[in-house]
Design a protein. Structure first.
Length: 104
C-alpha cells in the first residue's frame, strides 16, 4: 500500500483514535469499542480498513479477536517523512534566528 493510501485511511479521526489506542494495549474488539460512540458494525468496518491497510494485525483467541499495531505497516509513512527530514534543521535554525531578531 502506498503512503497516499495510508494517509487516506488515517484521514478518518476514528481510525486514528483506534490506532492510538492500539499502540497502548492489545484489546479485544469489544474492549476497543468502549469510549467510542459507534456501533459494533461500524467498529468492525474501521478495523477491517486498518487491517487491509496493513496498519493493524488480528490475533484470534477462542471467540475473541485481539488487535495490535503492525509496525511494518507504518514503514511507507516513515519512508515518506524521511525524504523531508533534511529540510527541517535549516528551517528550525531560520526560525530561531527570526525569534532572536524579534526579541531584540
Amino acid at each position: 500500500m502506498s503512503e497516499m493510501d495510508i494517509f487516506k485511511v488515517l484521514a478518518d479521526p476514528t481510525r486514528r483514535a483506534v490506532l492510538e489506542r492500539l499502540a497502548e494495549a492489545e484489546p479485544t474488539a469489544t474492549d476497543l469499542r468502549a469510549g467510542f460512540a459507534i456501533s459494533q458494525p461500524a467498529m468492525s468496518q474501521h478495523l477491517a480498513v486498518l487491517r487491509e491497510a496493513g496498519l493493524i494485525k488480528e490475533r484470534r483467541e477462542g471467540r475473541f479477536s485481539h488487535y495490535s499495531v503492525a509496525p511494518q505497516g507504518l514503514a511507507p509513512l516513515h519512508d515518506w517523512l524521511a525524504r523531508y527530514k533534511a529540510f527541517w534543521p535549516s528551517r528550525i535554525d531560520s526560525l530561531k534566528d527570526l525569534l532572536k531578531e524579534m526579541d531584540q
